[in-house]
Design a protein around this ligand. Structure first.
Ligand code: UDP
Ligand code: MG
Length: 314
């Protein structure tokens, strides 16, 4: 029998987990032709998430878990889960039931019967999001598609099922700065997209503030494109060209009309403007440099403190 592993990153999900477990067990009953393995990744939760997971794992042998030594972030947590999954098919979903578990059945069907390598999900509408956030993210996805030349899908959720072959490709991209939507797009393969409406989380609170989302969005650009660096070179050339024209203009003007000292305010404006642009691009270069610095250190993406194997030992 083929096995499906479902990876569930959990950070402070003590309230949502019992609901989640309940729902996924219903799906297990319907998935007759597959073995199911659930891998909870406790991402350094500060509440009782780990205890809740352990209680479930003690009673149910299909439940496995890895507990990280601190909060490494959702991307790292998913990677830890992927690394430890043993299934022929691997799914990943949130613990808050915003990703409907019963969809797993259809997702597997598409892979099995229609030969897709992966079935992914995206939100149908941006209902329930602020006007500002929705405009901002629409523009963002247009931009990132153009500059990365990758098919990064607007509104993609993390909920997805893929084959072992595709997962192995994803695991090969063991970079420290991780942006999974970009990584999926990079490895390619045939993906079917399913859509559904945004849902409220079943319990607990969201962990992603607006500021965190913006940060993540900028990370994605620098992880998958060096376009901002090229932009600095292009602007530099443009400025050289403009200044060259200016110099010729001023020489001719001085020769024809003499040299009355004027134009200080405009001079100051130009200096401030150019200095601003220079600092801006110095910042961008710094951003890439720091990324490179972190990658060269080859630090582990996550650190495991305990797994379900420790449970059986005591
Ligand atoms: N999550 C995680 N580590 C983090 C933040 C979040 O493992 O540092 C998990 C969280 O427990 C949940 C999933 O990632 O299962 C999605 O988080 P959340 O529901 O807060 O995000 P939202 O749906 O609001 O975007
Ligand atoms: Mg959520």
């Amino acid at each position: 029998m083929k096995k499906l592993s479902v990876v569930v990153p959990c950070y402070n999900e003590e309230k949502a987990l019992p609901y989640f477990y309940n729902e996924i067990k219903k799906v297990e009953k319907k998935l007759k032709e597959y073995d199911l393995e659930i891998i909870f990744v406790n991402d350094g939760s500060k509440d009782n998430t780990l205890e809740v997971i352990k209680d479930i794992a003690k009673k149910d042998k299909i439940v496995r878990y890895v507990s990280l030594s601190r909060n490494f972030g959702k991307e790292a947590a998913m990677y830890a889960g992927f690394k430890n999954a043993t299934g022929d098919y691997i799914g990943v979903m949130d613990a808050d039931l915003q990703d409907p578990p019963e969809l797993l059945i259809d997702m597997l069907k598409y892979i099995k019967e229609e030969g897709y390598d992966s079935v992914a999900t995206r939100r149908k509408t941006r209902k329930g999001e602020s006007f500002f956030k929705s405009i901002f993210s629409k523009m963002y996805y247009k931009l990132i598609k153009i500059i990365t030349k990758l098919d990064i899908v607007d509104g993609a959720r993390n909920y997805r099922v893929m084959t072992r072959q595709m997962l192995n490709s994803v695991l090969e991209m063991a970079e420290y700065n991780r942006y999974l939507n970009g990584i999926y797009a990079y490895v390619g393969y045939n993906t079917k997209w399913l859509e559904y409406d945004n849902k409220e989380r079943v319990a607990g609170k969201t962990k992603f503030s607006f500021f965190k989302c913006v940060n993540y969005a900028l990370e994605a650009i620098t992880s998958f494109s060096s376009f901002p660096l090229r932009l600095s070179a292009m602007l530099g050339i443009l400025f050289c060209f403009i200044s060259f024209i200016f110099i010729i203009f001023i020489i001719i003007k001085t020769l024809v009309f003499g040299d009355p000292t004027s134009g200080w305010p405009s001079m100051v404006c130009i200096i401030v403007f150019v200095a601003g642009i220079q600092l801006f691009f110095l910042g961008i270069i710094g951003e890439y440099l720091s990324k490179t610095y972190l990658e060269t250190k080859k630090r582990p993406i996550y650190v495991i403190k305990e797994t379900e194997k420790d449970l059986k030992n005591n």
